[in-house]
Design a protein around this ligand. Sequence first.
Ligand SMILES: [Mn+2]
Length: 317
Amino acid sequence: VNEHYWTTAPLEKKPAAATTPRYAVLGVPSSAGAHWPGQERAPAALRAAGIANGHGFAVARDLGDLELRQFRPDPHARHARNLTAVREVAEDVAARIATAPTSARVLVIGGDCTVLIGVVAGLRRRSSEPLGLVYLDGHTDLNTPATSPSGILDSMGLAHLLGHGAPALTMLGPGFPMVDEEHVALIGFNGREINADERSALAVHRCLALPADEVRREPTAAAHTAADCAAAAGRFLVHFDVDVIDFPDLPVADVPQFSGGLPVAMVFEVLEVVLAHSQCVGLVITEFNPDRDRSGDYSRTFVARLADVLGRMPSVV
Ligand SMILES: [Mn+2]
């Protein structure tokens, strides 16, 4: 990480040019599906750093922030902890996203990874057409309540989108499964961090799998391959779990990865490619934990880099 890109001031509000990409912005302050509290404060921290100030892009509509939902231990639900709260959040997200203007892309600020289930459901309620997924994450999230060692739903999001797991989440649709395996591109996961059940799920599913080692060799080519795979659905959404970034490079992830993650510059290189794709309909940011960032410096750095790639998105969806 180069010292010179640590910024000190939040990005200021900026008048948008007519040609800049347009977004509907939604904050989802929830750690309901997480391992512990923290992520519920990400929308506030990232808004304070200027994420919704339209730097590089136009805010077509600010849908605001949903109700704050902080993690609580759920000792008796060993296989799917806090399922009721996770479902309520996902349902609220879906209802709000379904009202987003179709002329704009969505920028969703999570929240834990289960927020994505609500965003997919909302986009499919807005238009029932298929939706592909670029899954940029340090993990595969292919555990189900039957295989998960922890029962933490945060690590089971993709499985549910593919139709495996608790019906309370898999049936949030319309569409079952909510996304088709062949339109899902997993990119950047650490092959050494996935368990045996996830490994066999990966082998059985027809998803495209581009592990971190492969991305490191040729990041731009991997990003194009992932975007093309997801775009075959007709339109696609980008899921961005910040734990795909190697923790010492930008320490903001809820569950840190040491050495197995990607360099921060490489992650934004990948984002630049997939977000520039004309069939991309939005970005979901998850797993940002402001507890890692008492000064706000990392939030401002993150937002500055993000503004740069969001501004490159084409304005026509
Ligand atoms: Mn993850």
